[in-house]
Design a binder for this molecule. Sequence first.
Ligand SMILES: [Fe+2]
Ligand SMILES: [Fe+2]
Length: 190
Amino acid sequence: MNNPRNLAWRLNWYRQSELEGALLLGRAVRAATDPKLVLSLTRHCADEARHSFQFTKTLMDLNLPIIQIFKSYQSLYSAHAGVPTSLTQMLAFTHIFEKRVEMQFQAELQTPDLPDAATRTFQTLLNDEQDHLAWVADWLASQPEAPAMLDHYRAVDQAVFQEIQLFSKRIWDVPGLGREPQDALFVLST
Ligand SMILES: [Fe+2]
Ligand SMILES: [Fe+2]
C-alpha cells in the first residue's frame, strides 16, 4: 500500500535530485571541448531537467504537495566522497548513481497501488535511463582512470543505500532531508 505522505516525499525527493543532476551535468559542460561530448552532456542535462519537470507535474496531477528538499540523493554520496571535481569523476559518479536510479524506479513500479500518473512517469524515465547508462559507459571505457573511480563510487553507493533503507517507509525522518508545508494535506487524487 502506498502511503500518500511517503509517496509525496519520494516524488519530491526525486524531483529535486533530477534537478540537481541537471545542474551537475550543466556545469560539467564547461570542462568539455570535444563537440560530441558537449552534445551528449547537454542532451543529458536537458533530459534530467525535464525529468524534474515530469515529477513536479506528477505531484500536481496527484494533488500532492510540493515539499522543500534540502538534500538530494546525490548529496548523500557527496557527504561520503566529496564533490566530484574532474569530468571523469563526475561521469563515474553519475553512472553509479544512475544504476541506482534504474533499480530504484524499477522497485517503485512494483509498489502495490502506485497511481497511474506515477507509473507512467517512472516508465518514461526508465526509458531515458537506458540512453544515459549507455553513452556514459561508452565514454568511461576510453578513460584509463575510470575503473578505479567506478569501484570507489560503487562502495559509496552501497553505504548510502544501507543508510537510506532504514528510512524507506518514513523518509521524512532522514535528518535534514526537507520540510513539509505547514498546511500539507496528503490525500491522493488519481
Ligand atoms: Fe533522470
Ligand atoms: Fe538519467
